[in-house]
Design a protein around this ligand. Structure first.
Ligand SMILES: [Zn+2]
Ligand SMILES: [Zn+2]
Length: 280
């Protein structure tokens, strides 16, 4: 398991690898465009070359793109639905250009159409996103916290989507989201149980990446509030168990916690803690 963080691309994507390196990252995640919307910055040949040179300099071979927040495959608004299809596809193409392994996306909400129709439209949307796609970057759907009517919170819904979309689609498991959706991760036994449930429902072979966030809210609180590793309701024992789990050895983990306001970036501590547990 390699550890990394979500880092900023302020000043250009070629600035991200150095930021990741300062935090002690062994892998990293970025937005390739503004997460709130608008046209993406062009990835010129020169920029891609600089980005790849920086990755090489810091020995960062595994990196990922997170799609913008407005993605909603379940929207009633055709502009948002089609926008989601085209933006996720663009991110996959951009990921391929920069050599990213995965594009991670949230699916959206069932508030417009209700769960059943939303799942059907999401399946249609993901298939459309991937139609004719020949790039190397793979799509991962992220497990959600189940806040409001967000879809992808239950392993069953994720499994249903995966059964009806191309085999290349995988899963990014967010620890805070899963915990807030009722999947316990607090001690080794609960980690084992949750992983067994994931395996039975979705299949562990589909698990490609972890978002390693602790949770400010209790088990099954159905709110998405990230906390620094070990400082939330999942806690140190849970994270230690996750990092040591032999079934997760080949899966990397990205922390999506805030930088904090102290002199030292709080994510440095998160990554250091995780590396310590991996060793011990
Ligand atoms: Zn996410
Ligand atoms: Zn979250």
């Amino acid at each position: 398991m390699k550890f990394g963080a979500h880092v900023s691309i302020a000043g250009g994507i070629d600035q991200a690898p150095a930021r990741a390196h300062i935090l002690g990252c062994e892998c990293f995640q970025i937005f390739s465009r503004s997460p709130r919307g608008g046209q993406p910055l062009a990835l010129t040949a020169k920029l891609i070359k600089q980005f790849k040179a920086e990755c090489k300099k810091y020995k960062l071979t595994a990196y990922y793109i997170h799609t913008p927040y407005f993605i909603n495959y379940g929207s009633n608004n055709q502009r948002i639905y089609h926008g989601s299809v085209s933006v996720v596809r663009q991110e996959l193409e951009r990921g391929t250009q920069i050599g990213a392994q995965y594009v991670i996306t949230h699916l959206g909400s069932a508030k417009d159409l209700g769960l059943e129709k939303t799942l059907t439209q999401t399946i249609k949307g993901i298939n459309k996103t991937l139609a004719g796609y020949k790039g190397k970057t793979k799509l991962l759907i992220e497990t959600a916290a189940g806040a409001g009517k967000i879809i992808g919170d239950s392993f069953g819904d994720v499994a249903h989507i995966l059964k009806n979309t191309p085999r290349s689609v995988g899963v990014c498991f967010d620890t805070a989201h899963a915990f807030a959706s009722g999947y316990d991760l607090r001690i080794a036994a609960s980690v084992k149980k949750t992983l067994a449930e994931f395996d039975q429902t979705i299949g562990l072979a589909k698990l490609k990446l972890l978002h390693g966030n602790d949770s400010q809210v209790d088990l099954n609180a159905r709110i998405d509030r990230h906390e620094h590793v070990g400082k939330g309701k999942i806690g140190r024992a849970g994270f230690a168990a996750i990092t040591k789990n032999s079934k997760l050895r080949e899966i990397n983990m990205i922390v999506e916690t805030p930088a904090g306001e102290g002199k030292v970036d709080s994510r440095i501590k998160d990554i250091k803690l995780l590396k310590g547990w991996r060793k011990g």
